[in-house]
Design a protein around this ligand. Structure first.
Ligand code: NCD
Length: 306
């Protein structure tokens, strides 16, 4: 039995298989419409979510399976003081696979140690978000045709943004990937990612504050929201929240084949006027998220489809 805590739990080859399966599913959804009949996915979410939870549920339904779960800590027995390890033991009796989101870093890992069904980390605090990464990789591979030889700009809250942490972890394994880390000084990528992931793998990267200065270098621009819920005080958030606003003028500085991704939800960091630009692919990315999660569920349930 396997769990998914970080994108690195899969080798590059295994991840390639998941991405190919997602591509297969996109081309031929009917073939997969009943393969999880009789199976149940539990989504246990202790933190707000729209896309991740609903796309997991849509993915399981598209496979012919069923879903159950809760969408906030307040509506679960966590409010009565139940531990994550007790909750997962119980969920293991109700479901075949479980996606869990939690505000505490490492909570899904603790759950996986007490679980008799596969546990998927659907976001743990400011740490990791591997299923968003599989979604991002699928989007990039499908629309760019490759995962290597790319200059990738990551912009916004690189300190608390777990999607960024997981994406960097996954992308350093491909040839010729360079990063441009665009953030205010206070929201730089954590030191452990710079040292243990970027430096340790000999990855070329630079850190800059101004987006305008680097737009023309990028193959991909990955925008992120300032993570309000992880700030210790409101004033710091208010000072940072509108630091970057991607608008038409800045888009004009980007290459014709540059893609703009965003894990969503967006607040102000991408102006709605950019949505009609063909390079803005963040809503396509949402659709890829469903295929990615379908492929992941099949992989972790070890479901073979002939
Ligand atoms: C992200 C998350 O939860 O980390 N959202 C998502 O899952 N698509 C990004 C965010 O909340 O900013």
């Amino acid at each position: 039995m396997r769990h998914l805590m970080s994108p690195l739990d899969f080798t590059v080859e295994e991840l390639d298989k998941v991405l190919s399966l997602a591509g297969e599913i996109e081309k031929n959804p009917e073939k997969y419409a009943h393969v999880c009949q009789g199976k149940k996915l539990a989504t246990i979410f202790y933190e707000p979510s729209t896309r991740t939870r609903l796309s997991f549920e849509a993915a399981m339904m598209n496979l012919g399976g069923n879903v159950l779960g809760f969408s906030s800590a307040a509506s679960s027995s966590a409010a009565k003081g139940e531990s994550v390890s007790d909750t997962i033991r119980m969920i293991s009796c109700y479901a075949d696979i479980c996606a869990m989101r939690h505000p505490k870093e490492g909570a899904p890992l603790v759950a996986s140690m007490h679980s008799s069904i596969p546990v998927i980390n659907a976001g743990d605090g400011g740490h990791q978000h591997p299923t968003q990464t599989i979604t991002d990789l699928l989007t990039i591979k499908s629309l760019k045709g490759r995962l290597g030889n790319l200059t990738i700009g990551l912009c916004g809250d690189l300190k608390f943004g777990r999607t960024v942490h997981s994406l960097i972890n996954a992308l350093v394994r491909y040839e010729g990937v360079k990063f441009v880390l665009i953030s205010p000084e206070e929201l730089r990528v954590p030191g452990y990612i710079r040292e243990e992931v970027l430096d340790a793998n000999g990855i070329e990267y630079k850190e800059v504050v101004r987006l305008e200065d680097v737009m023309s270098e990028l193959d991909l621009l990955y925008m992120t929201r300032v993570q309000k819920e992880r700030f210790f005080n409101e004033e710091d958030y208010v000072r940072m929240k509108d630091f970057y606003i991607l608008d038409k003028q800045k888009m004009a500085l980007g290459r014709e084949d540059m893609l703009v991704l965003h894990p969503l939800p967006r607040v102000n960091e991408i102006s709605v006027e950019v949505d009609d630009d063909p390079r803005a692919v963040y809503f396509k990315q949402v659709q890829y998220g469903v295929y990615a999660r379908m492929a992941l569920i099949l992989t972790l349930l070890n479901t073979k489809v002939e």
